[in-house]
Write a protein of this length. Sequence first.
Length: 428
Amino acid sequence: MVLESVMICLDNSEFMRNGDYAPTRLEAQSESADLIIQSKTQGNMETDVGFLSMAHHGIKVHVTPCRDIGKLMTAMKNEVLVGGFCDFVGALKTAQLALKNRQNKNQRQRIVLFVGSPVDVEAKVLTKAGKKLKKNSVAVDVVLFGTENMDNGSEEKLKAFVDAVNGSNETSHFVKFQPGRMNMSDQLVVSPILNEGAAAAGAGAGAAGAGAAGVGAAGAGAAGAAALGGVDPNVDPELYMVLRMSMEEERARQQRAAEAAAGGGSGSGSGSGDNAAAVAVQESAAVAPMDQSGDGDEEEDDDDDEDDDDEDDDEDDEELAAAIAMSMQTAAEDDARAANAAAAAAAAAAAASSAPMDESNDDDGGDDDDNPVELLDDPEFMGDLLRTAGVDGDVEIDDILGSLTGEGDDGDKGDDKKKKKKKNKDGK
């Protein structure tokens, strides 16, 4: 609730002795005032409430706006006496003066006026008082009850007064409680006075449908008290306020979630309808200059385009599958090449390790083949060698071979002579 400073104006005239509200009008009014005090003080931890009486020996301010609930309850029970007649206009001026002297100027001003006796003031006077209250930013809630007030014109006067206070705003309320159907406090629970922003139907809390609503509200209140763990607001008001605020926030969150879930389906449906309508408008605007045949051709073209798009998608899928298969085949070929290269390297290493042994064997057993002297004595080898050098003809080859052979013999004879000479010298 908003931060407020509230003054309650109680009707303690002789009409409060009637028993049309159980047990009496005064006690029923006191219970309703008690409910307002608790609701206002628990709704905001800085809201102040006071009250005054309008009859008996005149207007009397019993408690100025404060937060002491015990003080308010005690004064209401012991100090309010029945007698005389009410001065409604004077009570409104006194309540406005009490609110003007409030300590916290940030508090909004509100007056709750209980009317249980006939209103003898003219409607013009009440309207003037209402405009003055509006000028000073004071909201007024009017509670009309009593059998004689149901059809004596008091309702019309008070409604005109509330309309004057409201002006263009809706901060003030008028409610009427029918006698005999249910308690005043139960009707007050479902009224706009305790439920700011409630529907205007709440003003007729005494109507036939208000009984069922009041019973439901009473059941909800009992369930809420049970949910708060039985915390007594008079013993620990701060804990009670915290628990109540937490429960109200949770209810609001659940309500928002339910509204979002309920509006999701309808929102999606309406959204799709709007989109379809927008598309239809765009298409009609685009094809307006064309005739019906052109429209048919465009529709066929659209179908062909859709078919082409489907075929393109299929081709893309096939190309993707082929690319995947090719990449897998390439990977397999690379693995095979790597295996072959590894095998070749292993074979080369084995051949290199066995090569020195073969060379050593060739050195041991191939001395005769590698002897250059024997190669020179081989006519075939020399013939091939000379032909390679460019010597043509068998005659030239034979001459060269013969000369080489003669020189070799002469060389051998010369060597023999040298050996003989050496032997002769050694013998001498």
